[in-house]
Design a binder for this molecule. Structure first.
Ligand SMILES: [Ca+2]
Ligand SMILES: [Ca+2]
Ligand SMILES: [Ca+2]
Ligand SMILES: [Ca+2]
Length: 471
């Protein structure tokens, strides 16, 4: 089937080819290592979260009848002529007839074939910056075409919503309008690698509207190495806030952090597409960058970059694969699965530098939709009981299939050994008293760490730690 679309006065031929995800992709940069003299693999970032080049690859968890899914990328636009961005992976508005000057589908936008340019208020969301093309490539760069990179989801269709200008600046009104467009036109996942904007009432309402329609909004935490709490809408509870990890699965030095951070993905030296005539690392304040240094490939059509902007689309790509595999999942279920199946890294348990941890495509794709596992210690309380003074441990230990919980304690800030106080807590507790530690146990040190381990029926655990200073 051939469809012709008129855009910027040029005719694009779309040949409809069905991508079948059976084998692992042959793309040279997916297979490659050291292309820019680096020690890690070219696409280490997606391999780290499960898209490995072996039988354990998360791509092998894709069902044969995986469905197409619309992923809206609210960014600087797209280079739709890129050789590694197939028209099969770009959303085409089914209700619109190109270039007839009529809003055929009545959605308020005339001749919007692949999305919209909210800056110019026209139907040509071309990418003059490169950021949006890069983000789109991580999610949906052409898979298994013997060229360049492999995007995460061969079934993803990118809806191109240009709401940032060439300098990465935007306005809350453009972002809000883009979110509403994405929601009203069938996107299930929205990627917003946009930071530093204030949370306006309008934008918050747009996010809540998207949520109410089951749309999952994934937002980059930002690159200022500050608490994301002060970082506008990235701190909203209704979005999935994504931070960056490095090659050692630690928080990348630039990544924002804090209690509002939900999950992490690699954000260092990520490889993706370079939009024609762009070099977006140039002109970023505080970065020493030599023009052209980030180009990759003989034809300079690829690019490598670091930032939470490139971690967010890794999570968005995994989220979209979940939808492709299981289209019936609700937005809340997708979020719960992504967070609860994440691989715990850095400090054990949910921590302020990596949130729930590193997104885990294999675990997410195989997780039960109800799966969750919680462990948190909110505080301690001294109690007098018949058997003496007890330090009560307060918090939550819970799971959809709760097996048991254990309370342990160790000396000092980073205990080398743990003493098990109890490991037979058989009832889940939600915001209450989980157990108690006899006061006598606290002899011999002023600083203690109490840890709680929740175990799910499936054997997975989650840990929480609480530092107690008696000095
Ligand atoms: Ca329209
Ligand atoms: Ca039209
Ligand atoms: Ca490719
Ligand atoms: Ca952790």
């Amino acid at each position: 089937m051939k469809i012709k679309i008129l855009l910027t006065g040029i005719i694009f031929a779309l040949s409809h080819v069905t991508a079948v995800a059976q084998d692992l992709p042959n793309d040279p940069n997916y297979k490659g290592q050291g292309t820019w003299q680096q020690e890690h693999e070219d696409q280490w970032a997606i391999k780290r979260v499960g898209f490995t080049d072996d039988e354990n690859s998360a791509w092998n968890k894709m069902s044969d009848d995986a469905e197409e899914v619309i992923v809206a990328v609210i960014d600087t636009g797209l280079d739709w002529n890129h050789l590694d961005m197939s028209w099969n992976n770009i959303w085409v508005n089914p209700g619109e007839i190109a270039d007839n000057g009529i809003d055929d589908d009545g959605n308020g936008y005339v001749d919007d074939m692949i999305g919209w340019n909210f800056f110019a208020n026209d139907n040509k969301p071309w990418d003059h910056d490169g950021h949006g093309t890069f983000v789109s490539g991580v999610i949906a760069g052409t898979w298994n075409n013997d060229a360049g990179i492999a995007g995460i989801n061969p079934k993803a269709k990118i809806m191109v919503l240009k709401a940032l200008n060439n300098f990465g600046h935007s306005r809350a009104s453009y972002l809000s309008a883009a979110l509403v467009y994405a929601t009203d036109n069938g996107a299930k996942i929205v990627n917003m690698s946009v930071g530093g904007e204030g949370e306006t009432k309008m934008l918050a309402e747009a996010v809540r509207y998207a949520n109410s329609k089951g749309v999952v909004v994934i937002v980059a935490a930002g690159n200022s190495a500050v608490n994301v709490e002060d970082f506008g809408f990235a701190a909203m509870d209704e979005v999935i806030t994504v931070g960056s990890t490095d090659l050692e699965d630690k928080r990348a030095v630039f990544s924002n952090w804090g209690a509002k951070l939900d999950i992490s993905a690699p954000g260092l030296d990520v490889l993706s597409l370079r939009a024609r005539r762009t070099d977006f690392m140039e002109g970023i304040p505080g970065i020493t960058y030599e023009a052209g240094a980030a180009y990759v490939g003989d034809d300079n059509r690829y690019y490598r970059a670091s930032g939470t902007s490139f971690s967010a689309p890794i999570v968005a790509g995994v989220a979209s694969l979940l939808v492709s595999n299981r289209p019936d999942l609700t937005g809340e279920e997708i979020k719960r699965i992504l967070l609860n199946s994440a691989q715990d890294v850095d400090t054990p348990g949910i921590d302020q530098y990596t949130g729930y941890g590193l997104v885990d495509a294999n675990a997410a794709l195989t997780a039960n939709k109800d799966f969750f596992i919680e462990a948190s210690i909110t505080g301690v309380a001294v109690q007098q009981t018949e058997s003496g003074t007890v330090v009560a441990v307060m918090g939550t230990t819970n799971a959809d299939q709760f097996s048991n919980a254990s309370i342990q304690m160790g000396q000092g800030d980073d205990p080398a050994e743990w003493k098990v106080i109890t490991d037979d807590i058989e009832a889940a507790v939600s915001s209450g008293q989980i157990g108690g530690i006899p006061a006598a146990e606290f002899a011999g040190s002023t600083v203690w760490v109490i840890r709680l381990i929740t175990t799910h029926e499936n054997g997975r655990t989650r840990e929480a730690r609480f530092r107690l200073d008696l000095g």
